[in-house]
Design a protein around this ligand. Structure first.
Ligand code: AR6
Length: 173
């Protein structure tokens, strides 16, 4: 990986709702009206105004992304994206990659310089973390290679197992 791109990527373990970054990405569902996992945690931490704004958005297709304010979060914005429910079919890869691409595109379009991602689709939606991690990191690297406005991309993993998987993959490339 190019050093410049590598320097912009941070892998850490923790809770995404606590991060002080321009935008955090939410692994939402197509209704955008909240749910469990990281989605539930983000809505709880941001407060009811986030839900009010989400109601105006009219949902979101799988692979796409929409942006709202961050309300009570430290993060100024939340980018809501909808990962695929893992099916084992080749299309999953494409949809998951699109989640990262569309979220990064919204980050850049809104002139934001730092963004944090959870492991989209790797909880309730059942995507195997080793496969999802490669798609996440490869897609982010590709985007950072062609766009200079984003200075920092954080991958934040809840569990130490997932943290190790990300760390090991980034060492390999
Ligand atoms: N910070 C960072 N990562 C977290 C946090 C947190 N606070 N909480 C959970 N994770 P999931 P999905 C990790 O299930 O698979 C919701 O109900 C978690 O350990 O949140 O895309 C939505 O409304 C896992 O590794 O998202 C959808 O219906 C990763 O975040 C559905 O779940 C993603 O797990 C989306 O499922």
């Amino acid at each position: 990986m190019e050093k410049e791109v590598f320097d912009k990527i941070v892998i850490m373990q923790g809770d995404i709702t606590k991060l002080d970054v321009d935008a955090i990405v939410n692994a939402a569902n197509r209704s955008l009206l909240g749910g469990g996992g990281v989605d539930g945690a983000i809505h709880r931490a941001a407060g009811l105004k986030l839900l009010e704004e989400c109601r105006e958005l009219g949902g979101c297709n799988t692979g796409e992304a929409k942006i709202t304010k961050g309300y009570n979060l430290k993060a100024r914005y939340v980018i809501h994206t909808v990962g695929p429910v893992y099916s084992g079919k080749p299309h999953d890869r494409l949809l998951l990659s699109q989640c990262y691409l569309n979220s990064l595109q919204l980050t850049a379009l809104n002139n934001l310089s730092s963004v944090a991602f959870p492991a989209i689709s790797c909880g309730i939606y059942g995507y195997p973390v080793k496969d999802a991690c490669k798609i996440a990191i490869d897609t982010v690297c590709m985007f950072l290679n062609i766009t200079s406005s984003i200075n920092k991309v954080i991958f934040i993993l809840f569990s130490s197992e997932n943290y190790d998987i990300y760390k090991n993959y980034i060492k390999e490339i």
